[in-house]
Write a protein that binds this ligand. Structure first.
Ligand code: ARG
Length: 628
């Protein structure tokens, strides 16, 4: 079999009239926008031609469905409109055919030359993903652990999702501040500290479990402050705030006043007390960082900017609201009211204490006005929805919805859902206690390791002669990848059932499946020897073309994912890509094909696929083992 590659050789690097910072899909969309614009005599940039990847490759590569809606709106027969647009649109040399079908669909087929040329353009170290033009940093509020409390599965989500969104922005060249807004200040911590000190417990040898117990005991001693809660109820302050008050104001009076004394001394800057307080933080964070390291997230001590960081700014914040006339007194407390709703935001209690909300106001000001972020993304569970609504509205009252250089700030709350057990109730251990993150991660790693070890017994397995340590590393990568993928591949706002069995499976839409597919491509390439950098991609078989088109969507998928902040879009696409690769590989032999140029082309396609999968998994914070 011989292949004529001359016609393609000519075009590489010179034909396609699109830059790789826009995707193919965007480029077609833009051409059609102009086409519709000129036919309808409307400003083209307002028009959505609704371009989608075609469901059936026989109909073309893309389909534009905009003529139906636009025809109706403008009193034109959609079919006639579609035809006029096709006649009018200049696609440059990107498109081989554009045909009207059905009630007014436009089916578009790209030229092979364009596909090949764009693939070659994508074959650079950045895989065609160009830096965002917006140079403002992004702040991502993630993790959000609380001192003296064990990490639980909720924090797992806040950490995994937050880190992935951070990686996504970084992939587009944005500077990201990962802000771990630790609960490290206020009455609950003062209560624990007071309790530990009064019992003469050595803070240097404390474990997080000890701390956790002390925390619970301190809570028990301090019962609900009925007056505080009633006041909050009267103010219609919302469930999260009530829960906070129950916790903060909690107190049989003695315990409360002792803790308040401690808090007071902390606020006054008592050196010894601050030193002891720091020990509680260190003890908590030592344990937290062990879990975070296992999780392969880029969060370390440098990301700690907890509530205590803002402690000296709170009084000033309340004053600023007062000065601008946005705060008022209510029964001794200070509240911010909103036109749109009854629920006020409590920013100072009648005893002069500040609240979670006050700290968050200081933080939002810091992030937008001092760090200069024009996007602040809060990855915090759905129960705090009201809190963030109020926070964002209060920030915009104060003008903190613009950076100091006048750029509008987008404030986003990702209200992620809960992790449920098989009984569809919040995940608990068999004995009914909360599942700790540590135990969960360990189980995933154990399962991953068991799976790899059993596979390695097969003499044909690429892992057959590996050492125990190597197998354990792979097992960890699989177990952690499984948990992360399961978390990210769901719509974030939905609750999901934690099913370890399914997560670690090597088939279906799972992390290990994609890792495994990637490892197989890696070993294929290794067997094939070097990938020729100068090899030219040839698309003669439909499956080659299908894979090529799928690869070309990468840019578009990443842009969609970052636009909607929905990692499941990337997950689904990566799954499709590995499936497309598998079906390409089944019908197009790579190493066994006779023709050298075809072999080189297919190896190059495989290598590009491998690089894209590795890159995509990396954005999801998932490692790609070379062998599995
Ligand atoms: N520590 C808080 C909690 O466990 C989460 C912090 C979220 N971030 C924020 N800026 N409020 O509920």
């Amino acid at each position: 079999m011989t292949h004529d590659i001359r016609s393609q050789t000519v075009v590489i690097g010179c034909i396609v009239r699109i830059s790789m910072s826009t995707s193919v899909q965007q480029s077609i969309r833009e051409s059609l926008q102009r086409g519709f614009g000129s036919v309808l005599e409307l400003p083209w940039s307002d028009i959505d031609p609704i371009v989608r990847k075609s469901q059936n490759p026989e109909h073309g590569d893309f389909q534009a469905n905009g003529a139906m809606g636009l025809g109706k709106q403008n009193g034109l027969n959609p079919k006639v409109l579609a035809q006029k647009v096709v006649d009018e649109t200049d696609f440059g040399n990107l498109v081989e055919s554009a045909e009207v079908a059905g009630p007014g669909f436009i089916n578009i087929r790209l030229t092979d030359e364009a596909v090949v040329s764009m693939l070659h353009m994508m074959d650079t170290c950045d895989l065609g993903i160009k830096p965002d033009k917006d140079m403002h940093p992004v702040a991502i509020d993630l993790c959000g652990v609380n001192v003296a409390k064990q990490l639980h599965v909720g924090h797992l989500r806040a950490t995994i999702i937050g880190d992935t969104l951070a990686r996504l922005y970084e992939r587009f060249g944005r500077k990201v501040y990962r802000e771990n807004h630790l609960g490290d200040w206020g009455l609950p911590i003062a209560m624990v500290l007071e309790r530990l000190l009064s019992e003469n417990i050595n803070l240097d040898t404390l474990s997080l479990d000890d701390l956790n117990i002390a925390y619970k005991e301190a809570q028990l001693v301090a019962k609900d402050d009925v007056r505080g809660i009633r006041a909050a109820n009267n103010l219609l302050a919302g469930p999260h705030r009530l829960a906070e008050l129950e916790e903060q104001n909690g107190g049989a009076l003695d315990a409360q006043s002792a803790a308040k004394k401690v808090l007071n001394s902390l606020q006054q800057g008592d050196k010894e007390l601050l030193n002891n307080w720091q020990k509680l933080i260190d003890c908590t964070m030592r344990s937290v960082f062990t879990s975070l390291e296992l999780l392969n997230v880029k969060i370390g001590p440098e990301n700690n900017r907890g509530e205590s960081f803002y402690r000296d700014k709170l009084g000033g914040i309340v004053e600023e609201f007062f000065d601008k006339g946005f705060a008022e007194e209510d029964d001794g407390a200070i509240v911010v009211r909103f036109e749109k709703r009854n629920r006020p935001m409590l920013i100072r209690k009648s005893d002069g204490g500040f609240l979670y909300a006050t700290t968050d106001l200081a933080a939002i000001k810091f992030r937008t006005q001092e760090l200069g972020a024009d996007r602040v993304v809060y990855v915090v569970d759905a129960r705090q929805r009201d809190h963030f609504k109020d926070l964002f509205d209060a920030a915009s009252l104060m003008g903190w919805d613009k950076t100091t250089d006048g750029c509008p700030v987008e404030l986003v709350h990702i209200p992620f859902g809960s992790v449920l057990g098989e009984d569809k109730k919040p995940l608990k251990t068999r004995s009914g206690s909360n599942v700790t993150l540590d135990s969960l991660l360990q189980e995933a790693v154990d399962r991953g390791t068991t799976e790899v070890m059993s596979r390695s017994k097969n003499p044909k397995s690429p892992t057959h002669n590996m050492s125990k340590e190597e197998l354990e590393t792979i097992g960890r990568q699989i177990g952690i990848g499984a948990i992360k993928y399961a978390d990210l591949s769901n719509d974030l706002v939905r609750d999901y059932v934690f099913d370890m069995e399914r997560m670690v499976a090597f088939d279906g839409n799972t992390g290990p499946y994609i890792q495994y597919a990637c490892a197989r491509i890696t070993s294929l390439i290794k067997k094939g020897g070097v990938v020729d950098d100068d090899a030219i991609i040839i698309l003669h078989e439909p499956k080659e073309r299908e894979l090529a088109l799928q690869l070309l969507q990468y840019n578009n998928v990443l842009q969609d994912t970052v636009k909607h902040l929905e990692p499941h879009r990337l997950c689904t696409w990566l799954f499709e890509l590995t499936e497309t690769f598998n079906s390409f590989y089944q019908s197009c032999p790579v190493l066994k094909v006779e023709c050298e140029t075809v072999r080189a082309s297919r190896l190059k396609l495989s290598e590009l696929t491998r690089r894209v999968v590795v890159d995509g998994l990396d954005i999801l914070g998932i490692e790609s083992p070379n062998q599995m």
